[in-house]
Design a protein around this ligand. Structure first.
Ligand SMILES: [Zn+2]
Length: 335
Protein backbone atom coordinates (compact mmCIF):
# COMPACT_ATOMS: atom_id res chain seq x y z
CA UNK A 1 0.00 0.00 0.00
CA UNK A 2 1.47 3.35 -0.97
CA UNK A 3 1.37 6.44 1.18
CA UNK A 4 -1.66 7.95 -0.52
CA UNK A 5 -3.69 4.76 0.03
CA UNK A 6 -2.65 4.71 3.66
CA UNK A 7 -3.81 8.29 3.99
CA UNK A 8 -7.30 7.39 2.79
CA UNK A 9 -7.51 4.32 5.03
CA UNK A 10 -6.65 6.61 7.93
CA UNK A 11 -9.24 9.23 6.96
CA UNK A 12 -12.00 6.64 6.45
CA UNK A 13 -11.24 5.03 9.79
CA UNK A 14 -11.59 8.40 11.52
CA UNK A 15 -14.66 9.52 9.61
CA UNK A 16 -17.40 7.98 11.84
CA UNK A 17 -15.72 9.49 14.89
CA UNK A 18 -15.37 12.86 13.26
CA UNK A 19 -19.02 13.02 12.12
CA UNK A 20 -20.22 11.80 15.51
CA UNK A 21 -18.16 14.50 17.19
CA UNK A 22 -19.44 17.29 14.93
CA UNK A 23 -23.04 16.15 15.44
CA UNK A 24 -22.67 16.59 19.17
CA UNK A 25 -21.07 20.02 18.98
CA UNK A 26 -23.51 21.87 16.75
CA UNK A 27 -26.85 23.52 17.42
CA UNK A 28 -29.53 24.30 14.87
CA UNK A 29 -30.32 27.95 14.17
CA UNK A 30 -32.86 29.26 11.64
CA UNK A 31 -29.88 29.86 9.31
CA UNK A 32 -28.63 26.29 9.72
CA UNK A 33 -26.36 24.51 12.21
CA UNK A 34 -23.51 26.34 13.93
CA UNK A 35 -20.85 25.25 16.39
CA UNK A 36 -22.30 25.55 19.88
CA UNK A 37 -19.16 27.42 20.92
CA UNK A 38 -20.04 30.10 18.32
CA UNK A 39 -23.34 30.96 20.05
CA UNK A 40 -21.73 33.77 22.02
CA UNK A 41 -23.82 35.96 24.30
CA UNK A 42 -27.22 34.27 24.38
CA UNK A 43 -30.67 35.22 25.64
CA UNK A 44 -32.36 31.91 26.31
CA UNK A 45 -36.01 32.93 26.65
CA UNK A 46 -37.37 35.68 24.41
CA UNK A 47 -40.00 36.07 21.73
CA UNK A 48 -38.88 37.74 18.51
CA UNK A 49 -42.63 38.00 17.89
CA UNK A 50 -45.81 36.18 18.86
CA UNK A 51 -49.56 36.38 18.56
CA UNK A 52 -50.22 35.31 22.11
CA UNK A 53 -53.76 36.33 23.06
CA UNK A 54 -55.23 35.91 19.57
CA UNK A 55 -57.38 32.87 18.69
CA UNK A 56 -55.33 29.80 17.75
CA UNK A 57 -56.47 29.88 14.11
CA UNK A 58 -55.03 33.33 13.41
CA UNK A 59 -51.70 33.25 15.22
CA UNK A 60 -49.48 32.64 12.21
CA UNK A 61 -50.64 35.84 10.47
CA UNK A 62 -48.53 38.99 10.91
CA UNK A 63 -48.57 42.46 9.42
CA UNK A 64 -45.11 41.77 8.01
CA UNK A 65 -44.26 45.33 7.07
CA UNK A 66 -44.95 46.59 10.61
CA UNK A 67 -43.19 43.57 12.09
CA UNK A 68 -39.96 44.20 10.18
CA UNK A 69 -40.14 47.94 10.81
CA UNK A 70 -40.31 47.33 14.55
CA UNK A 71 -38.16 44.24 15.08
CA UNK A 72 -35.24 44.74 12.68
CA UNK A 73 -33.85 47.98 14.18
CA UNK A 74 -34.43 46.67 17.69
CA UNK A 75 -32.48 43.45 17.10
CA UNK A 76 -29.74 45.36 15.27
CA UNK A 77 -29.37 47.55 18.35
CA UNK A 78 -29.27 44.47 20.59
CA UNK A 79 -26.54 43.05 18.38
CA UNK A 80 -24.54 46.26 18.76
CA UNK A 81 -24.96 45.93 22.54
CA UNK A 82 -23.34 42.48 22.37
CA UNK A 83 -26.22 40.02 22.01
CA UNK A 84 -25.27 37.22 19.59
CA UNK A 85 -28.09 34.68 19.93
CA UNK A 86 -31.75 34.52 20.88
CA UNK A 87 -33.70 31.40 21.79
CA UNK A 88 -37.15 32.12 20.42
CA UNK A 89 -39.81 30.57 22.64
CA UNK A 90 -42.83 31.23 20.44
CA UNK A 91 -44.21 27.79 19.63
CA UNK A 92 -46.29 26.54 16.71
CA UNK A 93 -49.96 27.55 17.17
CA UNK A 94 -49.20 30.86 18.90
CA UNK A 95 -47.07 32.49 16.30
CA UNK A 96 -43.96 30.57 15.25
CA UNK A 97 -43.11 31.56 11.67
CA UNK A 98 -39.92 29.98 10.41
CA UNK A 99 -39.74 32.04 7.19
CA UNK A 100 -40.01 35.35 9.08
CA UNK A 101 -37.51 34.32 11.77
CA UNK A 102 -35.06 33.39 9.02
CA UNK A 103 -35.41 36.78 7.31
CA UNK A 104 -35.01 38.60 10.63
CA UNK A 105 -31.92 36.58 11.50
CA UNK A 106 -30.36 37.21 8.09
CA UNK A 107 -30.96 40.93 8.27
CA UNK A 108 -29.80 41.46 11.85
CA UNK A 109 -27.03 38.84 12.01
CA UNK A 110 -28.40 37.61 15.33
CA UNK A 111 -28.59 33.84 15.53
CA UNK A 112 -32.13 32.75 16.28
CA UNK A 113 -32.83 29.29 17.62
CA UNK A 114 -36.40 28.11 17.13
CA UNK A 115 -38.26 25.30 18.87
CA UNK A 116 -40.50 22.30 18.46
CA UNK A 117 -43.28 21.37 20.89
CA UNK A 118 -46.76 22.58 21.85
CA UNK A 119 -47.57 25.21 24.46
CA UNK A 120 -49.71 23.73 27.27
CA UNK A 121 -50.08 27.01 29.25
CA UNK A 122 -52.77 29.72 28.81
CA UNK A 123 -55.47 27.19 29.81
CA UNK A 124 -54.54 25.03 26.82
CA UNK A 125 -55.66 27.68 24.34
CA UNK A 126 -52.74 26.94 22.01
CA UNK A 127 -52.75 23.14 22.07
CA UNK A 128 -53.88 21.80 18.68
CA UNK A 129 -56.82 19.36 18.68
CA UNK A 130 -54.66 16.58 17.29
CA UNK A 131 -52.74 16.45 20.58
CA UNK A 132 -55.87 15.26 22.41
CA UNK A 133 -56.45 12.37 19.98
CA UNK A 134 -52.87 11.15 19.72
CA UNK A 135 -50.73 9.18 22.15
CA UNK A 136 -47.56 10.75 23.59
CA UNK A 137 -45.41 8.65 21.25
CA UNK A 138 -47.37 9.86 18.20
CA UNK A 139 -46.99 13.50 19.26
CA UNK A 140 -43.28 12.89 19.78
CA UNK A 141 -43.11 11.62 16.19
CA UNK A 142 -44.30 15.02 14.91
CA UNK A 143 -41.58 16.82 16.86
CA UNK A 144 -38.87 14.29 16.00
CA UNK A 145 -39.84 14.69 12.34
CA UNK A 146 -39.33 18.46 12.62
CA UNK A 147 -35.85 17.80 13.99
CA UNK A 148 -34.91 15.18 11.43
CA UNK A 149 -36.52 16.64 8.30
CA UNK A 150 -37.11 20.33 8.99
CA UNK A 151 -40.10 22.41 10.04
CA UNK A 152 -43.08 22.93 7.72
CA UNK A 153 -41.28 21.97 4.52
CA UNK A 154 -38.22 24.14 5.23
CA UNK A 155 -34.71 22.94 6.02
CA UNK A 156 -34.86 24.77 9.37
CA UNK A 157 -34.65 22.47 12.37
CA UNK A 158 -35.53 23.17 15.99
CA UNK A 159 -32.76 23.76 18.57
CA UNK A 160 -34.86 22.86 21.61
CA UNK A 161 -38.26 21.61 22.79
CA UNK A 162 -40.67 24.18 24.26
CA UNK A 163 -43.53 23.06 26.51
CA UNK A 164 -45.68 24.56 29.27
CA UNK A 165 -47.72 23.72 32.32
CA UNK A 166 -50.76 25.61 33.59
CA UNK A 167 -50.97 26.41 37.29
CA UNK A 168 -52.43 23.92 39.77
CA UNK A 169 -52.36 20.15 39.64
CA UNK A 170 -50.88 19.19 36.24
CA UNK A 171 -53.61 18.30 33.74
CA UNK A 172 -53.65 15.10 31.72
CA UNK A 173 -52.87 16.94 28.48
CA UNK A 174 -49.98 18.94 29.95
CA UNK A 175 -48.49 15.71 31.33
CA UNK A 176 -48.98 13.92 28.01
CA UNK A 177 -47.17 16.72 26.17
CA UNK A 178 -44.32 16.55 28.66
CA UNK A 179 -44.05 12.78 28.14
CA UNK A 180 -43.97 13.39 24.39
CA UNK A 181 -41.18 15.90 25.05
CA UNK A 182 -39.17 13.35 27.02
CA UNK A 183 -39.55 10.83 24.18
CA UNK A 184 -38.41 13.51 21.73
CA UNK A 185 -35.37 14.22 23.91
CA UNK A 186 -34.48 10.52 23.97
CA UNK A 187 -34.42 10.47 20.18
CA UNK A 188 -32.95 13.91 19.38
CA UNK A 189 -31.01 15.04 22.45
CA UNK A 190 -32.88 18.37 22.34
CA UNK A 191 -33.23 20.12 25.70
CA UNK A 192 -36.70 20.57 27.23
CA UNK A 193 -37.50 24.20 28.09
CA UNK A 194 -40.70 23.97 30.09
CA UNK A 195 -42.82 26.90 31.29
CA UNK A 196 -43.29 25.80 34.90
CA UNK A 197 -43.11 29.06 36.87
CA UNK A 198 -44.16 28.84 40.51
CA UNK A 199 -45.91 25.50 39.98
CA UNK A 200 -43.88 23.30 42.33
CA UNK A 201 -46.29 20.41 41.81
CA UNK A 202 -45.67 20.53 38.06
CA UNK A 203 -41.92 20.71 38.71
CA UNK A 204 -42.15 17.57 40.84
CA UNK A 205 -44.15 15.75 38.14
CA UNK A 206 -41.55 16.74 35.55
CA UNK A 207 -38.69 15.46 37.72
CA UNK A 208 -40.60 12.24 38.29
CA UNK A 209 -41.29 11.67 34.57
CA UNK A 210 -37.66 12.41 33.67
CA UNK A 211 -36.49 9.87 36.23
CA UNK A 212 -39.06 7.29 35.11
CA UNK A 213 -37.62 7.56 31.59
CA UNK A 214 -34.03 7.47 32.83
CA UNK A 215 -33.42 11.06 31.63
CA UNK A 216 -31.01 13.23 33.62
CA UNK A 217 -32.41 16.45 35.20
CA UNK A 218 -29.91 18.49 33.13
CA UNK A 219 -32.08 17.81 30.05
CA UNK A 220 -34.68 20.15 31.59
CA UNK A 221 -34.86 23.95 31.89
CA UNK A 222 -37.23 25.20 34.61
CA UNK A 223 -38.63 28.17 32.66
CA UNK A 224 -39.93 31.21 34.63
CA UNK A 225 -38.31 29.81 37.80
CA UNK A 226 -37.99 33.46 38.93
CA UNK A 227 -41.70 33.27 39.86
CA UNK A 228 -40.86 30.94 42.75
CA UNK A 229 -40.50 33.33 45.69
CA UNK A 230 -38.28 31.11 47.86
CA UNK A 231 -34.77 30.23 46.67
CA UNK A 232 -34.70 26.81 48.30
CA UNK A 233 -36.70 24.74 45.75
CA UNK A 234 -34.60 26.28 42.97
CA UNK A 235 -31.28 25.69 44.73
CA UNK A 236 -32.32 22.09 45.45
CA UNK A 237 -33.26 21.54 41.80
CA UNK A 238 -30.04 23.22 40.61
CA UNK A 239 -28.01 20.85 42.82
CA UNK A 240 -29.57 17.95 40.93
CA UNK A 241 -28.51 19.47 37.61
CA UNK A 242 -31.74 21.24 36.57
CA UNK A 243 -31.23 24.47 34.59
CA UNK A 244 -32.86 27.35 36.46
CA UNK A 245 -34.15 30.02 34.10
CA UNK A 246 -34.46 33.47 35.71
CA UNK A 247 -36.10 35.01 32.70
CA UNK A 248 -38.13 38.06 33.67
CA UNK A 249 -35.37 40.68 33.96
CA UNK A 250 -36.41 44.30 33.31
CA UNK A 251 -35.17 47.79 34.17
CA UNK A 252 -37.14 47.93 37.42
CA UNK A 253 -36.42 44.49 38.94
CA UNK A 254 -32.78 43.87 37.98
CA UNK A 255 -31.48 44.54 41.52
CA UNK A 256 -33.66 41.72 42.88
CA UNK A 257 -32.28 39.44 40.17
CA UNK A 258 -28.72 40.43 41.10
CA UNK A 259 -29.44 39.49 44.73
CA UNK A 260 -30.88 36.19 43.68
CA UNK A 261 -27.90 35.43 41.47
CA UNK A 262 -25.66 36.23 44.48
CA UNK A 263 -27.51 33.54 46.46
CA UNK A 264 -26.71 31.00 43.74
CA UNK A 265 -23.10 32.15 43.74
CA UNK A 266 -22.85 31.59 47.50
CA UNK A 267 -23.98 27.98 46.99
CA UNK A 268 -21.58 27.56 44.03
CA UNK A 269 -24.51 27.04 41.68
CA UNK A 270 -23.91 29.84 39.17
CA UNK A 271 -23.22 27.06 36.67
CA UNK A 272 -26.92 26.09 36.63
CA UNK A 273 -28.41 29.52 35.88
CA UNK A 274 -29.85 30.93 32.67
CA UNK A 275 -30.82 34.61 32.33
CA UNK A 276 -33.36 36.24 30.03
CA UNK A 277 -36.23 38.75 29.86
CA UNK A 278 -39.21 36.96 28.30
CA UNK A 279 -39.27 40.00 26.05
CA UNK A 280 -41.28 40.30 22.87
CA UNK A 281 -40.38 42.27 19.74
CA UNK A 282 -43.91 42.30 18.35
CA UNK A 283 -46.48 41.10 20.91
CA UNK A 284 -49.62 40.58 18.82
CA UNK A 285 -48.62 43.66 16.85
CA UNK A 286 -48.17 45.82 19.97
CA UNK A 287 -45.19 47.74 21.33
CA UNK A 288 -41.93 45.99 22.23
CA UNK A 289 -41.64 44.29 25.60
CA UNK A 290 -37.94 45.04 25.94
CA UNK A 291 -35.11 42.55 26.15
CA UNK A 292 -32.11 44.75 26.73
CA UNK A 293 -32.12 45.11 30.54
CA UNK A 294 -29.53 42.37 31.10
CA UNK A 295 -26.86 44.16 29.06
CA UNK A 296 -27.92 47.64 30.15
CA UNK A 297 -28.63 47.16 33.86
CA UNK A 298 -28.13 43.67 35.27
CA UNK A 299 -24.56 43.08 34.12
CA UNK A 300 -23.31 46.48 35.37
CA UNK A 301 -25.04 45.72 38.69
CA UNK A 302 -23.37 42.29 38.93
CA UNK A 303 -19.99 43.87 38.17
CA UNK A 304 -20.62 46.44 40.91
CA UNK A 305 -21.31 43.52 43.27
CA UNK A 306 -17.91 42.03 42.47
CA UNK A 307 -18.77 39.49 39.78
CA UNK A 308 -15.77 38.73 37.58
CA UNK A 309 -15.80 38.81 33.75
CA UNK A 310 -15.42 35.02 33.91
CA UNK A 311 -18.58 34.70 35.98
CA UNK A 312 -20.49 37.01 33.62
CA UNK A 313 -19.32 34.86 30.70
CA UNK A 314 -20.45 31.74 32.53
CA UNK A 315 -23.96 33.17 32.95
CA UNK A 316 -24.38 34.63 29.49
CA UNK A 317 -22.29 32.37 27.24
CA UNK A 318 -21.11 29.09 28.74
CA UNK A 319 -24.31 28.09 30.54
CA UNK A 320 -26.54 28.57 27.46
CA UNK A 321 -24.07 26.50 25.42
CA UNK A 322 -24.06 23.69 27.95
CA UNK A 323 -27.80 23.78 28.56
CA UNK A 324 -28.76 23.61 24.88
CA UNK A 325 -25.99 21.45 23.40
CA UNK A 326 -28.05 18.61 21.93
CA UNK A 327 -27.11 15.37 23.65
CA UNK A 328 -29.17 12.55 25.08
CA UNK A 329 -28.75 12.89 28.81
CA UNK A 330 -29.29 9.66 30.71
CA UNK A 331 -29.19 9.11 34.46
CA UNK A 332 -27.20 5.93 33.97
CA UNK A 333 -26.36 3.58 31.15
CA UNK A 334 -28.81 0.76 30.90
CA UNK A 335 -26.46 -1.96 29.60
ZN1 LIG B 1 -42.15 33.36 27.08
Amino acid sequence: MNNSNLFWVFILALWPWASCFSQQETIETVRGPIEVSALGFSLTHEHVMSNFGKPQGSTSVYDEESLFKQVLPYLKRLKSLGVDAIFDCTTAYFGRRIDLLKKISEQTDINIITNTGFYGGANDKYIPQLAYRKQAAEIAEIWINEFENGIEGTSVRPGFIKLAFDSGTPSEIDLKLFEAGVLTHLKTGLTLAVHTGENIEAAKSEMHLLEKNNVHPSAWVWVHANKVTEDKPLLDAAKKGVWISLDGVNETNYKNYAQRIQNFKKKQLLNQLLLSHDGNGFPAGGTIRSFDAIVKFLIPELIALGFTPKEIDLLTKENPQKAFLPSIKLIRDKN
